[in-house]
Design a protein around this ligand. Structure first.
Ligand code: F6P
Length: 366
């Protein structure tokens, strides 16, 4: 009977709760004991009542609720080796043998690091007399399973991250609302959407709302983009359109890797085209509210698979990340997923934008 800790980390995402629910209930169904770890890695570092056994009924209502009921944090202490060692101590004291982490790439990188360092931490804790020899032998390895909870859809190992679909729905609803007032006044709107260094939300929002122009980090516009944007928008107006819509990812860049900001775009549209232009930064509304159907489904399927992956694993199995590729729930090495994701940032930094785009849509499933 395994004791399985579960935590959510980094920025919250709709669908984290359904995922926690599935992990808890599948663990119980498979005769394991699930434990909530509250406030992400902070709960690991704090220990005590931040790590608490979860019952079946503790996750009632989780399926339909947004955010993460067990809390999340961006934990500074966990970035330090001492913080991680304290986390290892707290897990051993609670008898946890496997850990499920739901978070973005930063949180999953932290999870992978914890697993790699685990034997050294255990040896050091035994040497300091903080844990017994018996415990050191019993907890020689820790199985960690990752799931990608992030609205950004920026991890390489999966077609969709948990939360991305709900955030996109919210963006579309918001832009639809903006367009009705824009149409009345014949205005132009520049809408900034989240996504950190990834343009997935912006690209999909632009397609789904019929935007006139789009800026994403992976495909910076040509150097004369100001002129080309004005031409494109004017052509639409000339053809009878009453509004102009520009979607800009928060991480959008030009070809020299300088940020492209909504206010600058607004100034161009106002001065060169004379359009009455407004900027809307959608902000955290994109991350809030109830999960869409797809994130409830994805979180549930992946949460159930996480428990199966733990039960299948041997001490030599590399930490997996659960994803979804071509509509199938997948299990792949966490380390490879993190490395592949890192290559996108490297491609952008070296201005190899074609490679950045290709990597974003690549998968390494066999
Ligand atoms: O990673 C999710 C995300 O919402 C990004 O899209 C955004 O850049 C960031 O988190 C905002 O972080 P915070 O909530 O800490 O302001």
């Amino acid at each position: 009977q395994k004791n399985i800790g579960i935590l959510t980390s980094g920025g919250d995402a709709q669908g984290m709760n359904p995922c926690v629910r599935a992990v808890v209930r599948m663990a119980i169904a498979r005769k394991c004991r699930p434990f909530f770890i509250y406030e992400g890695y902070q709960g690991l570092v704090d220990g005590g009542d931040k790590i608490k056994q979860a019952k079946w009924t503790d996750v009632s209502g989780f399926l339909t609720s947004g955010g993460t009921m067990i809390g999340t944090a961006r934990c500074k202490e966990f970035r330090e080796i001492e913080g991680r060692r304290t986390g290892v101590y707290n897990l051993i004291k609670k008898g946890i043998d496997a850990l499920v982490v739901i978070g973005g790439d930063g949180s999953l990188t932290g999870a992978d690091k914890l697993r790699a360092e685990w034997p050294d931490h255990v040896a050091a804790l035994e040497k300091d007399g903080r844990i017994s020899k018996e415990d050191a032998n019993k907890y020689r390895t820790l199985m960690i399973v990752g799931m990608v909870g992030s609205i950004d859809n920026d991890l390489a190992s999966t077609d969709m991250t948990i939360g991305a679909c709900s955030a996109l729905e919210r963006i579309c609803e918001s832009v639809d609302a903006i367009l009705s007032t824009a149409m009345s006044h014949q205005r132009a709107f520049v809408v900034e959407v989240m996504g950190r260094h990834c343009g997935w939300l912006a690209l999909n929002a632009a397609i789904s709302t019929g935007a006139d122009y789009l800026f994403i980090p992976e495909a910076p516009p040509k150097d004369d983009w100001e002129e080309s944007m004005c031409k494109t928008l004017k052509a639409s107006r000339d053809a009878g359109k009453r509004t102009s819509l520009v979607i800009v990812a928060e991480g959008a860049l030009d070809r020299n890797l300088n940020p492209i900001k909504p206010d600058y775009i607004k100034d161009i549209l106002s001065t060169r085209l004379g359009y009455d232009t407004r900027v809307t930064i959608l902000g955290h509304v994109q991350r809030g509210g109830a999960p869409a159907h797809f994130d409830r489904f994805l979180g549930t399927m992946q949460g159930a698979e996480a428990i199966e992956a733990i039960l299948r694993a041997t001490p030599d199995t590399p930490s997996p990340v659960i994803g979804m590729l071509e509509n199938k729930i997948t299990t792949q090495p966490l380390k490879e997923a993190i490395e592949l994701t890192g290559q996108v940032a490297q491609a952008i930094e070296s201005k190899d934008f074609a490679r950045a785009m290709a990597l974003r849509s690549a998968s390494f499933s066999k």
